[in-house]
Design a protein around this ligand. Structure first.
Ligand code: ADP
Ligand code: MG
Ligand code: MG
Length: 252
């Protein structure tokens, strides 16, 4: 069993007008096998939380802690975080021209495992994972994210998670831009990794739509860089009915 603890996290980002405080004391604990939905209006700091956990250099932690099984994540490099079992699927995945999906996945797996996967079993593993995500086999030869449709980018993210089997998967708006079939296939992929590997999931979303497919154990409502309210899955249903207005008014 693993635990990812976020304690009193304060994060600022450097802007043209100087540093801007975005996270103002976030407390959140995720255990293996749990699914946490992070919901909240645009600009509330959800992606900032994801980037801070992943170690994006633009986001400076000014106070608080992130611990993975008691180890100080903030002291780790981005690579060390991945190796320790943290996986981030970004809201806007970057293009990597000249690097094929197949090579990218193998490099990522090698970095996480500390040794290259055996070529024979690896090829089969990738093929099976791609089939489960209903991806065309040709996809493995394409350059990472270049010219990918929104849905292809998201499937590629989940493909990575399937093959890396992290302790914790942080999925930032994995639902955005997906049609209903792609949403179901991507959600099934998330559920499969969660069930087979006991991966803890932090599912960041603006809308409740994906929660029809991925059932959260806990819901945290983000407003103004803080958790304004938390509850079980039923809180998502209330948000669907009531929107974020009530929280926004309380915060100002
Ligand atoms: P969310 O994902 O909830 O929509 P973000 O974490 O992306 O929110 O952004 C929170 C706030 O921080 C927003 O006001 C956004 O404009 C600001 N912000 C985030 N990243 C940057 C950045 N790199 N430069 C300037 N402002 C940023
Ligand atoms: Mg579960
Ligand atoms: Mg965001």
């Amino acid at each position: 069993m693993s635990t990812l603890e976020i304690k009193n996290l304060h994060v600022q980002v450097e802007t043209n007008d100087g540093p801007k405080q975005i996270l103002r004391g976030v407390d959140l604990t995720i255990n293996s096998g749990e699914i946490h939905a992070i919901m909240g209006p645009n600009g509330s700091g959800k992606s900032t939380l994801a980037y801070s956990i992943a170690g994006h250099p633009k986001y400076e932690v000014t106070e608080g802690e992130i611990l993975l099984d008691g180890e100080d994540v903030l002291e780790m490099s981005v690579d060390e975080r991945a190796k320790a079992g943290l996986f981030l699927a970004m809201q806007y995945p970057v293009e990597v021209p000249g690097v094929s999906v197949s090579n990218f996945l193998r490099t990522a797996r090698t970095a996480v495992d500390g040794e290259a996967p055996k070529l024979r079993t690896w090829v089969g593993e990738v093929k099976d994972a791609m089939e489960r995500l209903r991806m065309n086999p040709d996809f493995a030869n394409r350059d990472v994210n270049s010219g990918f449709s929104g849905g292809e980018k998201k499937r590629h993210e989940i493909l990575q998670m399937e093959l890396l089997r992290p302790k914790f998967g942080i999925l930032d708006e994995t639902d955005s831009g997906l049609d209903i079939d792609a949403l179901r296939i991507v959600s099934e992929g998330v559920n499969r990794v969660h069930e087979e590997t006991n991966t803890g999931i932090m599912l960041i979303t603006h809308y409740t739509r994906i929660l029809n497919y991925i059932k959260p154990d806990f819901v945290h409502v983000f407003v103004d860089g803080r958790v304004a309210e938390q509850g079980g899955g039923e809180l998502a249903e209330r948000l669907e009915a009531e929107g974020y207005d009530r929280f926004l008014q309380a915060a100002h």
